[in-house]
Design a protein around this ligand. Sequence first.
Ligand SMILES: C[S@@+](CC[C@H](N)C(=O)[O-])C[C@H]1O[C@@H](n2cnc3c(N)ncnc32)[C@H](O)[C@@H]1O
Length: 219
Amino acid sequence: MDEQQVERLVKEHGLEAEAARSYLSAADEYNAEEERILGGVFGQVSGPVVELGAGRGEFTRELLDNYLKPGQRLYAVERLDTAAAKLRESITDERLEVINSDSVRLPLPDGAAGLVVSRAALHDFVSDDGDVAAALRDCVRVLAPDGVFLVYDKVSDGFADVERESAEGRMERMNVELAALEGRKCWGLHRSGDYRALLEDLGLGEIMLTLLDTPDFPA
Ligand SMILES: C[S@@+](CC[C@H](N)C(=O)[O-])C[C@H]1O[C@@H](n2cnc3c(N)ncnc32)[C@H](O)[C@@H]1O
């Protein structure tokens, strides 16, 4: 355990040292499991990778730093012009191409990608009609026949009423309301079973589901 991180949580967030240690130890386990899963997926794919809903590029950087091979192309798809422009400015890596586009139509040929991946993005996916399957159909088109479609997202499993029971749930509710102000629909938080149904609806086979417990930040 990194004692400097413990000290930082104690100083900056006023946590008790023991609470900080137990949070960091749970976070270490979560991160190790995430690395194990992503390492396994990247070990079996070849060819270009498409990242959906890249946003500010936190996951984009992780993919480039830890998982992409030399020379492997990463297409980072982001629908918002400003976010896509910032992404282009902030990451300089010749493997990266930022695609400023809605996922509903991707400027890529059929079967171009060995992996289509998204992290913490689908619950935030915005479309005209709220039909997230329709927003993703073109992303399946660009997947090679033996490719992997990896969705990595927050789910509301374990909560009876996620908006009432968690700050995260209330925050995600706000995203749904903000999209409604634009006259659009944001998918919002869902249960893991809804993701399975979505992937089946997209015609994907051999669906595997893993649930990771994110440690709660101590109050
Ligand atoms: C929560 S953010 C992504 C966070 C990022 N993946 C990460 O791990 O740091 C979700 C992003 O998806 C984008 N997005 C939403 N709907 C989209 C769509 N239909 N096509 C492409 N991007 C979309 C949003 O603009 C937003 O930037």
